[in-house]
Design a protein around this ligand. Structure first.
Ligand SMILES: [Zn+2]
Ligand SMILES: [Zn+2]
Length: 170
């Protein structure tokens, strides 16, 4: 007997697929960011691939664009998200960015896009380890554990593949 967990759901609501938020200019570094899903590998590109900055546009869920805040969101750390649904390539979880709004302080967890600069992501490990107690407490309360510099091997594996971590340790 086969146990089926969740049936694969595809959010192909008519009219929703074609509706792209469009390219945008990064508020932080001024780069023109292409929102084309084929390039980024994510449906709702919400951060700059170069400096990883984002904007507080979403209120309840990624892509809803309901927030009135619109302030700049800076990447403040990294975390691992457990994945049990689609795109299950790695068992240990997916590397995620932690953003904090510079204005209202909202924290959000975002998927890394395929064209994000890996070095910029790696550089977030230090701020992630040094997060202030308040931010850390809020994340932990939401079930999010910020990564620590001791986990650099893991982050390298996520970013550059298995071989790089082995090289680093050897
Ligand atoms: Zn940028
Ligand atoms: Zn905000």
């Amino acid at each position: 007997m086969t146990v089926t967990f969740a049936s694969p759901r595809f959010y192909t609501r008519p009219g929703k697929i074609k509706e792209s938020p469009g390219d945008f200019i990064c508020l932080h570094c001024g780069a023109l960011v292409c929102a084309e899903a084929a390039l980024s590998g994510v449906r709702n590109r919400n951060h700059c691939p170069y400096c990883l900055s984002s904007r507080h546009l979403d209120q309840f869920e990624a892509g809803d664009r309901l927030s009135a805040c619109k302030a700049r969101m800076r990447p403040v750390g990294l975390t691992l998200k457990r994945i049990g649904k689609k795109y299950t390539g790695h068992a240990q979880g997916e590397l995620m960015l932690v953003h904090r709004c510079e204005d209202c302080g909202k924290l959000s967890i975002n998927r890394i896009a395929a064209d994000d600069v890996a070095e910029a992501i790696l550089a977030l490990l230090e701020p992630s380890a040094g997060l202030d107690a308040d931010t850390r407490a809020r994340l932990v309360q939401a079930g999010v554990t910020p990564l620590d510099t001791a986990q650099i091997g893991l982050v390298r594996t996520c970013l550059f593949g298995i071989g790089s971590a082995a090289l680093q340790e050897g």
